[in-house]
Design a protein around this ligand. Structure first.
Ligand SMILES: Nc1ncnc2c1ncn2[C@@H]1O[C@H](COP(=O)(O)OP(=O)(O)OP(=O)(O)O)[C@@H](O)[C@H]1O
Length: 583
């Protein structure tokens, strides 16, 4: 249910713009360091020339060459270290900024979007994906810049020595570049796409298998699950060999062309011919042998770290996807609610697939009333109740609270007025007491215990080794139903006048069912309750029953009226009665 629209994705350039100055500095340092790195090579060339020439050599010039070479080496060390240091500091700042932006965005996206994602998926984006950007920021720009500048400077120098041998020295690089288009033919691209697809299918089948391992083991489907993986792996082998067959001759050709022995062979052969016919001084061959090897660096640099770059590119894509999720618009000037009457007017809603799940709902929840929502599975009940705490905004119509559209209400007002208990309860790794007192952090222990009692979870809590101080996930593991009752205690302590809940599993434990039902009926008149009801007792207690089918309200009225009417609700009622009034 990604709501990310590619058009809204912030570009990498926009994300990195605030750091352009530092990027520039890193690149300049790197260039100075890399160019200075040529000095020792040129010093060796100069020394070669001086020492090889007939007669005694000028000691001043020899010393100058040695000192210049050493100075170049020193400058190279200082500037490369400065560039690496600045690059890593920059990386730290970029990662911090990405994480801040992600945290800010995640704090403002619809709760419904968050609850539709696995925690691990978002943790990966904020953690691993941001870290994967490291080579992109700290290494690649500097490496690439120097990989191009150094050969360029070398080429200029070599041209001044002998243009013919320069062209010969460029031969291997040109050969490698000429092979690049062969990597991009439609056939190669098709093979690459098939390869990526096969990789994807393998990881999907592994994830599916691992995720479902408990179910697969319990239902004895291991053979089938393994078979999916085997099929994906077999298919991968075929695709992989086809890909390798197509690409390896070209890759090998490029590697050969760029390899030092081949470059040396070309330079020596060309040099030998030119020296042989007397048009090149033997000492002039030296710079070509030393600098010629460096000319292949840019092409090799393009290949090196390619996987890291690709991984970083994909990671940035996922970061941009999250940053592109439209946040829930916040009112510029929040309007204060008057009371807490809830009204849904012509509410329509569809998830990202575009299918309408709510098709024009009109519903009023008067303060202090108890409304039960019933209807067939998939009718839209959960979607409807989630609109009240603004998990999503309706795509049409409006939900108002205290006469104010939820979109014009300050978050704090909404949170003060509406609390909810749904099935996907999130508990913090904190004490039971802190979890219950989430919305009221200063609540005293007595109030916490009172709320827990009303939610039917107190007896279970005191059984735990450290009672209310037991830390969830460390001292205590709670069942789904227990977690929901804890969430109910949280909601009761928050004491919001509107309570929205899904009773599906809240009452799973028959021992506490009575207590919770009693609490819910105690709330009559005190709170506005909207409950997705699964039990006849709950429905029977309701002031109003609303039957939701296929996204529309098909019946509404008191339970008695609806049974008498003999429609959908009466059908539901009699069917449930027939199975003993249970779910
Ligand atoms: N996050 C989602 N993304 C896309 N479609 C969804 C999402 N959640 C629910 N739906 C679809 O919306 C429709 C209504 O679902 P909803 O959960 O609101 O129904 P429900 O009446 O609460 O069903 P149940 O009683 O089975 O919980 C269903 O067709 C469902 O497939």
């Amino acid at each position: 249910m990604s709501t990310a629209n590619p058009v809204d994705r912030p570009g990498l350039g926009a994300l990195l713009r605030p750091f352009a100055g530092t990027f520039g500095l890193v690149a300049v340092f790197q260039v100075i360091g890399a160019v200075a790195g040529l000095a020792p090579l040129l010093a060796v060339v100069e020394l070669g020339r001086l020492l090889l020439q007939p007669g005694p050599s000028d000691p001043d010039r020899v010393w100058f060459a040695v000192v210049a070479g050493a100075a170049g080496l020193f400058v190279r060390l200082v500037f490369t270290a400065a560039s690496a240091g600045a690059g890593h500091l920059l990386d730290g700042r970029v990662q911090l900024s990405f994480r801040r932006r992600l945290a800010d965005r995640l704090g403002r996206v619809p709760i419904g979007w968050l609850s539709g994602r696995r925690t691990g998926e978002l943790a990966k984006v904020v953690g691993d994906d941001v870290s994967a950007v490291h080579p992109f920021i700290a290494h690649t720009p500097g490496d690439l810049v120097s990989a191009f500048v150094v050969p360029l400077v070398s080429l200029v120098y070599l041209f001044t020595v002998d243009w013919r041998l320069t062209l010969i020295t460029l031969g291997p690089v040109l050969l490698a570049i000429a092979l690049v288009p062969l990597m991009m033919t439609p056939a190669r691209q098709r093979e690459q796409a098939e390869f990526d697809g096969a990789m994807g299918r393998i990881s999907d089948s592994v994830v599916e298998f691992v995720r479902g391992i408990a179910v697969v083991k319990a239902f004895g489907g291991a053979g089938r699950a393994h078979r999916r993986f085997r099929t994906a792996a077999d298919e991968f082998v075929t695709t992989f060999s086809r890909w390798v067959r197509g690409v390896s001759p070209i890759a090998a050709g490029m590697q050969l062309a760029l390899s030092p022995p081949f470059v040396l062979l070309v330079v020596l052969t060309g040099g030998a011919v030119l020296v042989g016919d007397g048009s090149l001084a033997p000492a002039d061959l030296l710079p070509f042998l030393l600098l010629g090897l460096g000319l292949t660096a840019p092409v090799a640099a393009l290949g090196h770290g390619f996987d890291d770059m690709q991984a970083a590119h994909r990671a940035v894509g996922r970061i941009r996807d999250v940053l592109a999720v439209p946040p829930l618009p916040e009112p510029a000037q929040p309007v204060a609610p008057r009371g807490h009457r809830v009204e849904l007017r012509g509410v329509r809603f569809g998830y990202d697939d575009g299918r309408e799940v709510l098709r024009g709902i009109d519903l009023v929840l008067e303060p202090g009333t108890f409304t039960a929502l019933v209807g067939p599975s998939g009718g839209g009940k959960s979607t409807l109740v989630r609109l009240l705490p603004r998990f999503f905004d309706p795509t049409g119509g409006a939900v108002t609270l205290g006469g104010v559209d939820l979109r014009d209400l300050a978050d704090a007002d909404r949170n003060r007025l509406v609390s909810f208990v749904f099935q996907d309860v999130h508990l913090l790794r904190a004490s039971i007491a802190d979890n219950i007192a989430l919305a009221v952090p200063h609540a005293d222990r007595e109030a916490v215990v009172q709320a827990a009692r009303r939610a039917g979870i107190h007896d279970r809590v005191v059984e735990l080794p450290r009672g209310y101080d037991s830390v969830i996930g460390e001292d205590a593991g709670l069942s789904g139903g227990e977690a929901q009752r804890l969430a109910l205690a949280r909601a009761l302590l928050a004491d919001a006048p509107v309570l929205v809940l899904d009773e599906a599993t809240a009452f799973a434990d028959p021992r506490t069912e009575q207590a919770v039902r009693r609490t819910l009926s105690d709330l009559r008149g005190e709170k506005t309750v909207l409950v997705i009801a699964h039990r006849l007792e709950t429905v029977a207690d309701a002031d109003t029953v609303v039957v939701l089918e296929n996204g529309s309200v098909v019946e509404r009225g008191t339970p008695r009226e609806l049974v008498a009417r003999g429609g959908k609700f009466a059908e539901f009622w009699h069917a449930r009665r027939a199975v003993g009034g249970e779910r």
